[in-house]
Design a protein around this ligand. Structure first.
Ligand code: HSE
Length: 308
């Protein structure tokens, strides 16, 4: 195989209470990435379309960082040219850097004849995330690579768990165009929690996992509460409380920040409710002079997809 074109979906990470440990892909938006094998053992970014400010220097580009790490581990058997078409805006909170990292890990693995398994690919993809956010987190790259609702139950050793979820679990996403860099959104987090807060958070995580497994919508709804990131990060999102309130009033199971924001997501029961919730979230921005996009999508069972 000399050339491969892939679609990489956006992802919702954290999923309210699961800071750094849970995520799932949505069906849209996503990035399209083309990888071409070259004889000269060099990694080059030939083109970035659809977004500004993404470096063409492979050492500073998330996809470049992952590709280089994978090829270097194999002794640079060949080089790769990468062309990116960003459908996911950087700084959106729906896994823009995660998509570049996951797409690179998946596609380069194909060019290498599937030399690596899922866990190794997630480890490589995390290097891309680290290069931009300073932190090794897998809650965007693991679901983007693997599809479905993924739990990272441990980082050391990396332990990935595919969670069961109800077939009619949908998600509405509202993305106001205010850029928030994950690195900044991590720096403002409190570094310590009280025991009372920790008990609340791990109870909610356990409740959400059990609710998904048992298809218990009441338990899912009750567990979608985050005392770690949301109280601080929501202050960076204009109109956050109104977006959330509108989503809940329209019947969402729960609503919180997608990844590090500014996108806001809501879990919903079924497509119709997801569309109603999406519209309700949009209402919160009717009078604001800020552009936005919104989406309604099932939890995507598939991650990276081969286009050609
Ligand atoms: N878990 C990460 C964070 C996701 O919240 O910082 C970033 O997309």
């Amino acid at each position: 195989m000399n050339e491969i074109k892939v679609f990489v979906p956006a992802t919702v990470s954290n999923v309210s209470c699961g800071f750094d440990i849970m995520g799932f892909p949505v069906s849209a938006p996503g990035d399209v990435m083309v990888f071409r094998r070259t004889e000269e053992p060099v990694v080059t970014i030939t083109e970035v379309r659809g977004a500004e400010g993404i470096p063409l220097d492979a050492r500073r580009n998330v996809a470049g960082v992952v590709t280089r790490a994978m090829l270097e581990e194999r002794g640079m058997p060949f080089g790769v040219e990468i062309a990116l078409e960003k459908g996911i805006r950087p700084g959106s909170g729906i896994g823009s850097s995660g998509a570049s990292a996951a797409g690179a890990a998946w596609a380069v693995n194909q060019l290498l004849g599937e030399a690596y398994g899922d866990e190794q690919l997630v480890e490589f993809a995390m290097l891309g995330e680290q290069s931009i956010s300073g932190a090794l987190h897998a809650d965007n790259v693991a679901p983007a690579l693997m599809g479905g609702f993924i739990l990272i139950s441990r980082y050391d050793p990396l332990t990935l768990v595919r969670l069961h979820y109800p077939a009619d679990l949908w998600c509405a996403v509202f993305h106001p165009f205010v850029e928030i860099k994950t690195k900044d959104a991590r720096e403002i987090l409190r570094k310590e929690l009280s025991l009372r807060e920790a008990v609340k958070q791990w109870g909610n995580v356990a409740g959400l996992v059990a609710g998904l497994q048992r298809e218990d919508y009441t338990l899912i709804a009750r567990s979608m509460e985050d005392v770690v990131a949301e109280p601080v990060r929501s202050l960076l999102i204009p109109g956050y409380e109104e977006i959330k309130q509108n989503a809940l009033e329209a019947g969402a199971l729960g609503c919180s920040i997608s990844g590090s924001g500014p996108a806001v997501f809501a879990l919903c029961r079924g497509e119709e409710n997801a569309r109603q919730v999406r519209e309700a979230m949009e209402q919160a921005y009717r009078h604001r002079q800020v552009e936005w996009r919104s989406y309604a999508s099932p939890i995507a069972a598939e991650g990276v997809k081969i286009l050609s």
